[in-house]
Design a protein. Structure first.
Length: 245
């Protein structure tokens, strides 16, 4: 088991943005958290990555404790985060952004950055075409690919993604989620926070539905996709007919 969070609460002052949440991520799984904007999904992800204090217990890729784990501990343990805003270095080239993703491995003595870079370029040929181009000049889809590629340079065991489809065209969203599904074959487990419920449940093994800071539903992704409440609130009644077509 790579992640087990029990009764996690995250508060801003006296206001609890996340209330008593528990979740599990196993090796080889894609697990998604869906829900409306403001439900607490990003707050939960940030807390699990050590960016916000939390109450509860977390066992995460070998790092255990009743406190929020520190970011550097999780990175060393093989955990990566792709934030909603991508957080790329706009003035730096595509290649330099990628190489920075492997910096912690270099600090630990690994000297396989060239091999990792070649793997990323095989996965994202478009990035190789633009390897010398400034990251700030890329399209939205290319920035999403660069953010994923940079995270993979660290060879993570667990990858957390926050709204990877945000601001992307439908065809690019399909490509990004195809890549997310393929991460399983690379031995990477994924915790995916996403408002696009249809795409998220289509790629995930297991899912949680978050509303007002708490999980209100959970189960295998295929079952959630056919659950009446999920269809009505997140997929739309037309989704059933579209799937049949």
């Amino acid at each position: 088991m790579l992640l087990e969070a029990r009764d996690v609460t995250v508060a801003y002052g006296r206001i609890a943005a996340v209330r008593g949440v528990s979740l599990v991520l196993r090796a080889g799984e894609v697990v998604t958290i869906i829900g409306p904007n403001g439900a607490g999904k990003t707050t939960l992800l940030s807390a699990l990555m050590g960016l916000l204090p939390l109450r509860g217990s977390v066992v995460y890729a070998g790092v255990a404790g009743s406190r929020a784990p520190r970011v550097e501990e999780l990175v060393r343990a093989g955990v990566g985060l792709i934030p909603e805003r991508r957080e790329l270095f706009a003035a730096m080239s595509v290649e330099d952004n990628l190489r920075l993703g492997g910096f912690e491995r270099w600090r630990q003595g690994a000297r396989d950055a060239g091999e990792s870079l070649a793997e990323i370029f095989r996965l994202f040929p478009r990035l190789e075409e633009r390897r010398g181009q400034a990251a700030g000049t890329l399209s939205g889809g290319e920035r999403a690919m660069l953010a994923i590629g940079r995270a993979l340079m660290a060879r993570p065991r667990v990858l957390m993604l926050d709204e990877p489809s945000l601001g992307l065209a439908p065809l690019i969203i399909r490509e990004v989620f195809r890549i997310i599904a393929g991460l399983r074959d690379r031995g990477v487990s994924v915790l995916l926070v996403e408002q696009n419920a249809r795409a998220a449940l289509g790629v995930a093994d297991y899912g949680y539905v978050m509303e007002s800071g708490a999980f209100v539903l959970e189960g295998p992704a295929a079952e959630l996709a056919s659950h009446g409440r999920v269809i009505e609130a997140y997929l739309g009644v037309a989704a059933v007919h579209e799937e049949k077509v």
